[in-house]
Write a protein that binds this ligand. Structure first.
Ligand code: SAM
Length: 290
């Protein structure tokens, strides 16, 4: 491998006191910034979600620093003590197991309380699976909404998707491998055949991105028992604005052929509107027809 160019020179100024939210790689250990390494080397206190996971990163960069655990389970107990150390002028760095702290990871409460107490808070930007997946999904990037992990149970998950259905933006979800097939099925039911992508094992050996309409992805046997870490992205629904009368006339037409619930589902998919609202509207139409 050819020699890397010299990095920009380090500032002579010592690291300022405050809370540093340091992004770390999501797979490939080389995806760490020079500035992140500077902060990890210089901080007085290094907080990690899982000290064993972050210990491996530190070892790869020969940083010997004691790590203290910080996650939502210890936040109540640990936050006041960390604030005291900030108050004393220390430099505190927070990392999560992978990617950007606070993106579906611990740190929100600490950052909020540090801001409220008037401490400086610095982002040290770097990898995040959400943005990495967005860049390779082939879906619109001008507007996107990061929705985190969908609820694990199907009924709550469908409601969650229904609330997002009217949003005209690419939707980004994190999902555990064992739930991908179920989530894709519920997404196809709620969002209809929108363009989507499943990005897996980003920056790692088995990185893949499978793109296609949601109903096709939902039927793809490769997602029956996938392995690894996965981001699901769903493109925005139709650009055509829904007119006030569209839903009613589509519902009347669908109700003439289908049971009420199925009619509501069909129109929700076609118009990209929440199924719950259409079901209520369908009930009202049925009652009005009596
Ligand atoms: N803070 C992290 C970030 O900035 O991306 C996310 C942490 S969240 C607890 C873990 C989830 O992120 C995984 O379940 C998966 O959905 C996604 N993820 C993390 N690393 C990934 C990777 N290398 N490839 C695909 N998805 C990944």
């Amino acid at each position: 491998m050819s020699r890397l160019p010299d990095p920009p020179p380090l500032s002579d100024a010592p690291l300022a006191p405050g809370l540093y939210l340091v992004a770390t790689p999501i797979g490939n250990l080389r995806d760490i910034t020079l500035r992140a390494l500077d902060v990890l080397n210089a901080c007085d206190l290094l907080l990690a979600e899982d000290t064993r996971v972050s210990g491996k990163l530190l070892a790869a960069y020969q940083i010997s620093k004691r790590l203290e655990r910080y996650d939502e389970h210890v936040a109540d107990r640990a936050t006041p003590r960390i604030l005291e150390r900030l108050e004393a002028g220390e430099r505190v760095a927070l990392v999560s197991d992978a990617g950007t702290p606070m993106v579906s990871d611990p740190g929100y409460r600490l950052a909020k309380e540090a801001i409220a107490a008037g401490h400086a808070v610095y982002p040290i930007p770097g990898a995040s699976a959400a943005l990495a997946a967005l860049t390779l999904a082939g879906l619109p990037t001008d507007r996107f909404l990061f929705a985190g992990f969908p609820p694990p149970k199907s009924a709550a998950r469908k409601t969650f998707f229904e609330e997002l259905a009217p949003v005209r933006a690419t939707l980004i979800f994190y999902e555990g491998a064992s739930r991908v097939a179920d989530s894709l099925a519920d997404m196809a039911a709620v969002f209809g055949p929108r363009e989507a992508a499943v990005a897996r094992e980003l920056t790692k050996l088995y990185e893949t991105c499978i793109r296609g309409p949601l109903d096709v992805l939902a039927a793809d046997p490769r997602f029956e028992s996938p392995k690894g870490e996965i981001v699901i992205l769903v493109g925005p629904g139709s650009e055509k604005p829904v007119q006030a009368g569209d839903a009613e006339s589509a519902l009347r037409e669908a109700m003439a052929r289908l049971p009420l619930g199925e009619a509501a589902s069909e129109v929700a998919k076609a118009l990209g509107l929440p199924r719950r609202d259409l079901y209520r509207q369908a009930l009202a139409l049925k009652d009005g027809a009596k």
